[in-house]
Design a protein around this ligand. Structure first.
Ligand code: SF4
Ligand code: SF4
Ligand SMILES: [Zn+2]
Length: 133
């Protein structure tokens, strides 16, 4: 499975490595897709539904004049602490190198070295072969 641009949320999360997207049952289709099976915290996301975002034509927070705003910094801090992943870092990478390069890097970064399946940011082991990542 390979990632694609529409899986990258405005905040920099790659929905393709989210447990809600990778699970078999009640799969979340990702932030930028329809709302079915989305968990409450994403349905009510204060980033995707922020006024700046809704009143603008941009699709990613890096194009916002307030980037990186307090809200985004807070989510970023949580992701760094819990999952060692910087969402602002992701956004900076996209801005600097473009989507194609970012997606290529993500495909490599999240590939299980043992079975080749996609790893999950929310789990310390591969969902398929259980190898620690
Ligand atoms: S739960 Fe949220 S972060 Fe996860 S895939 Fe759905 S929209 Fe993306
Ligand atoms: S950077 Fe902050 S204010 Fe700007 S669109 Fe993203 S969440 Fe909204
Ligand atoms: Zn594996």
């Amino acid at each position: 499975m390979a990632f694609f641009n529409a899986l990258i949320a405005p905040c920099g999360i790659n929905c393709g490595v989210c447990l809600a997207y990778l699970r078999k049952k009640n799969k979340c289709p990702g932030c930028l897709s329809v709302d079915c099976n989305k968990p409450q915290y994403c349905l009510k996301c204060r980033i995707k539904h922020c006024d700046k975002f809704n009143d603008s034509t941009f699709s990613y927070c890096f194009d916002c004049p307030k980037f990186p705003c307090t809200r985004l910094k807070r989510l970023n801090k949580r992701y760094i602490e819990k999952y060692s992943l910087s969402l602002i870092g992701n956004l900076n990478d996209i801005q600097k190198h473009g989507f194609d390069q970012f997606i290529n890097n993500e495909n490599e970064k999240w590939k299980c070295r043992q079975c080749g399946e996609v790893l999950c940011v929310h789990r310390s082991f591969c969902l398929h072969c259980k190898k620690e990542r």
